[in-house]
Design a protein around this ligand. Structure first.
Ligand code: ADP
Length: 367
């Protein structure tokens, strides 16, 4: 994840504020300040605040500081992601429709034998759209989205992360239907995070598994007194290292969806989407060539490539650009892409890919 275009992507995502990371909320003080501000603000926010207070008062047995942080993060105004924003990946979208969207929108139909799974794993090379899929699944199923980065649980929140996990599950239940998205699940539920003398990570892993199985038990066992179907919470996890996930944990992800590198049609759709708003001179033939040239590029590589290529018409002008009108800037061309391809190379290699395919064959869900 260190290479240049990954970084640009990360930056881009941060700029757009589409990445919520419960675990990286800077610190408690900041959260409190934010709270105070909203208190002084207009009525709409106040009433959201009231609703949250009510919700928090119902949550038992968790550290309220953490619960509050989690709520604030999940309420944050984010750019939503929709299915249409994601090029290709039809199979994954269908799978998510069946696992999350339909059951969350029609909980009454999905009970008993049709009880939805409580865990789904998205695995594949980095930058293939796993996070986007998770966000879109939340949007399309009208659910509350909670996102945590395993590495921040195991590093930054080290020591307190058990409390955070407990609070996360309770808040997710209270705000159901919810999706708890855990990125880099291999570092939270890894084969090695349970053994050796690393007590903290063992306790964290256990806490996560306990909370998760409580969810499934609650869902499987009962219909509430008032005949309401049980609160729906799905643990949706992503990993670039599926083989590092602990076996017991792997089994709990009943669905394991492979998110491969984009096929030619997907790359074409992706380039078209990206070029939609930018003046360009690429003919159908050029597009075909571009798609052929970018074999092995991930979705994130494609985005980075297009962004870099888009700068050429401006880059070559130097300071002259300051005097030009927008309309005088030349359109992007296939050559711009070819230029940029010298710097922006596929981030996944062939051997890496073979490993994913083997794992998918052995452990992936088909269809
Ligand atoms: P992952 O979680 O698999 O590492 P992300 O979902 O974070 O990948 O994707 C990173 C970036 O790559 C996205 O923000 C988007 O710009 C681009 N991207 C990846 N896959 C796609 C896709 N299928 N359609 C559109 N954009 C994509």
């Amino acid at each position: 994840k260190q290479d240049k275009h990954e970084k640009i992507d990360k930056q881009d995502r941060q700029n757009k504020k589409i990445d919520v990371e419960v675990g990286v909320l800077d610190d408690k003080k900041e959260a409190v300040v934010e709270n105070d501000n909203t208190n002084n603000n207009d009525n709409i926010e106040e009433s959201e605040e009231d609703a949250d207070e009510k919700l928090l008062s119902k949550i038992k047995g968790v550290d309220l500081k953490f619960a509050k942080n989690i709520l604030i993060e999940s309420n944050r105004d984010q750019d939503k992601v929709y299915w249409d924003d994601i090029a290709g990946l039809e199979q994954a979208k269908e799978s998510l429709m069946e696992t999350v969207v339909y059951p969350f929108l029609r909980p009454d139909l999905f009970i008993g034998l049709r009880e939805p799974v409580s865990g789904m794993l998205l695995f594949g090379p980095p930058g293939t759209g796993k996070t986007m899929l998770a966000r879109a699944a939340a949007t399309e199923s009208n659910s509350t989205f909670f996102s945590i980065q395993s590495s921040s649980l195991t590093s930054k929140w080290y020591g307190e992360s058990e409390k955070l996990v407990r609070a996360l599950f309770q808040v997710a239940k209270a705000k159901a239907p919810s999706i708890i998205f855990v990125d880099e699940i291999d570092s939270l539920l890894g084969k090695r995070s349970g053994d050796g003398d690393d007590d903290t990570s063992r306790r964290l892993k256990n806490e996560f598994l306990v909370q998760w199985s409580d969810l499934s038990k609650a869902a499987a066992g009962r219909i509430d007194d008032d005949n309401e179907p049980p609160a729906r919470v799905l643990v949706l996890a992503a990993t670039n290292l599926p083989w590092a996930v602990d076996e017991a944990a792997r089994r709990r992800f009943v669905r394991r969806q492979y998110i491969p590198l984009p096929e030619p049609e997907t790359r074409l759709a992706h380039f078209k989407k990206l070029l939609n708003n930018t003046k360009n001179s690429l003919s159908d033939e050029d597009m075909k060539e571009l798609v052929e040239l970018t074999e092995g590029y991930s979705g994130s590589d494609i985005t980075s490539l297009a962004k870099d290529a888009a700068i050429w018409p401006i880059r070559e002008l130097g300071s002259k650009m300051l005097a030009l009108k927008e309309i005088e800037i030349r359109p992007m061309s296939l050559d711009d892409f070819k230029h940029s391809m010298k710097n922006i190379r596929p981030s996944v290699n062939r051997e890496g890919l073979a490993k994913f395919e083997e794992w998918a064959k052995e452990f992936g869900s088909s269809g």
